[in-house]
Ligand binder design. Structure first.
Ligand SMILES: Cc1cc2nc3c(=O)[nH]c(=O)nc-3n(C[C@H](O)[C@H](O)[C@H](O)COP(=O)(O)OP(=O)(O)OC[C@H]3O[C@@H](n4cnc5c(N)ncnc54)[C@H](O)[C@@H]3O)c2cc1C
Length: 459
């Protein structure tokens, strides 16, 4: 590495702000996918936007490529360094700057873990509704850069819908401050959108103004067992109509997933005596604690009477609700047990999901013997997660091709919420037109003419 550049950066960031040589631990070598790990040549740990701007300006001048790292829980290899890259870690750019109860906003530095944001909002009597299994480690900047989805998209939308204002640093070090806190602001281009969901290719997110919501006054959770997908889809539409915007989660797990979790995850129990084809985890949040539980029970009784649901267990305490969520959240624990697995985060028009799953199952059976498939997802948002494995490394690529080809045929998306990063880059063309990809390239070239920021990711 250019020693003048390193010295310049050390002078600005101080000794603890720059890690090099043996001080660079393995954690900076890859994101959660652990795909193609590579140690960066240095790790920069700024504490302020001004330091981020200084770093980018210096690297831009020197033509030094960098990769941005948040909590490294990404699943697409986007934050994994390439040979010769510096890692720009936001692990010290942390803290809640302000909670404004009148405008119902929270202002935060980008390296702050999502769970810290959730807790701060709760302590002030609000709710920050972005939620996902990696909440303790992922950062709000990573969530924004990947436009993260998670468990409550059905009610609150994806990260994009929760960001009112943003500060970002362009690849040449220019700071763009759009720290808007109004719901309405049509004064010119909405520039923050350039940095939401673009996976750090156009700029480094340093601060954000987030939307808060009143904390719900009641919460009801149930696990429903169903015989087939049409019944589950009927249940989804029934619950949406009866609960309105109170329906905050509708997670579906197929028997292949639940059986695997019961076999391998610790402390997970299925509250039914017999096995069912599908399970829907439903959450309803309301503002009428006196009547919400009764409404919840009535709606589920209607679903039973109508035959949409074969059995149902309603959580009677927060602990029981947490136990039901454990089944869904156990994916983080069990997925690593599948050798050389292919992980999919796909979406398809909701009416096409059954046909897509059937087609994939047939393809898997025709091409491989004894392949494992785990099927689950945020079905309320048309989002399906599949994990497939034959246990043989040489089959993984074929698994990706087989599933993505079907996703393209069914006009779905090769990435519903995790992003493209490196791992899905070659499949982007199945979900985006040549003209769309060309425009993405033009935007990248305009904002990062030297290609120093997250080069080679996404496009
Ligand atoms: C157990 C588990 C469950 C998960 N569940 C979900 C889920 O339900 N929904 C979902 O959407 N995702 C999920 N994820 C994926 C992951 O948690 C999200 O993508 C998360 O938003 C990544 O945040 P991070 O801080 O870890 O980012 P990183 O992994 O560090 O980075 C992700 C990408 O964003 C870029 N980046 C990071 N910070 C910044 C920044 N400040 N400015 C510019 N670019 C930046 C990186 O360069 C990289 O391209 C899950 C992951 C795990 C391990």
């Amino acid at each position: 590495m250019n020693t003048t550049l390193l010295d310049t950066l050390k002078a600005k960031l101080g000794a603890t702000g720059v890690l090099s040589g043996a001080d660079i631990s393995d954690k900076y070598a890859a994101d959660w996918s652990r795909s193609n790990p590579q140690r960066p040549i240095a790790v920069l740990r700024p504490r302020t936007t001004d330091e981020v701007a200084f770093i980018l300006k210096a690297c831009h001048s020197a033509g030094q490529p960098l990769v941005v790292q948040g909590g490294l829980t990404g699943l697409c290899g986007g934050a994994t360094p390439h040979a010769g890259e510096i890692a720009l870690s936001l692990e010290r750019l942390t803290g809640i700057e302000e909670i404004d109860p009148v405008s119902q906003t929270l202002t935060v530095l980008a390296g702050t873990p999502l769970e810290t944001v959730q807790d701060a909002a709760a302590a002030a009597g609000f709710r920050f509704p972005l939620d996902l299994g990696a909440r303790g480690s992922c950062t709000i900047g990573g969530n924004i850069s990947t436009n993260a989805g998670g468990n409550e998209v059905i009610r609150y939308g994806m990260a994009r819908a929760l960001v009112l204002g943003l500060e970002a640093v362009l690849p040449d070090g220019t700071v763009i401050s759009s720290m808007n806190r109004m719901l309405k602001n049509n004064a010119g281009f909405d520039l923050k959108q350039l940095f939401i969901g673009t996976e750090g290719t156009l700029g480094v997110v340093t601060r954000a103004v987030l939307r808060l919501f009143p904390a719900p006054l009641s919460g009801c959770t149930a696990l429903c067992a169903a015989g087939d997908l049409p019944s589950v889809l009927k249940l989804l539409s029934h619950a949406s109509r009866r609960f309105g915007s109170g329906l905050s989660a509708f997670e579906v797990m197929w028997a292949d997933y639940v059986d695997f979790v019961l076999q391998h995850a610790k402390g997970v129990r299925l509250p039914f005596e017999v096995r069912h084809a599908l399970y829907a985890l439903i959450e309803f949040e309301g503002l009428q604690p006196e009547t919400d539980t009764a409404l919840f029970e009535t709606v589920l009784e209607e679903a039973m009477t109508d035959g949409m649901v074969r059995d149902v267990v309603i959580a009677r305490s927060e602990k029981e609700a947490a136990n039901l969520w454990k089944i869904r959240d156990a994916i983080g624990e069990v997925a690593p047990l599948l050798t050389s697995a292919a992980h999919f985060d796909i979406s398809a028009p909701i009416g096409a999901i059954e046909a897509l799953i059937d087609a994939v199952k047939k393809d898997l059976a025709a091409s491989f013997s004894g392949a494992t498939q785990l099927t689950f997802g945020h079905l309320g948002d048309s989002n399906l997660h599949l994990v497939t494995s034959t246990g043989r490394t040489e089959d993984t690529q074929k698994l990706y091709e087989l599933v993505y080809r079907r996703v393209g045929e069914f006009h779905g998306s090769v990435s519903a919420e995790h992003g493209i990063g490196m791992i899905k880059k070659k499949y982007l063309g199945l979900s985006r037109s040549a003209e769309e990809i060309d425009l993405m390239r033009k935007l990248k070239a305009l904002l990062d003419p030297k290609g120093i920021l997250n080069p080679g990711r996404v496009i």
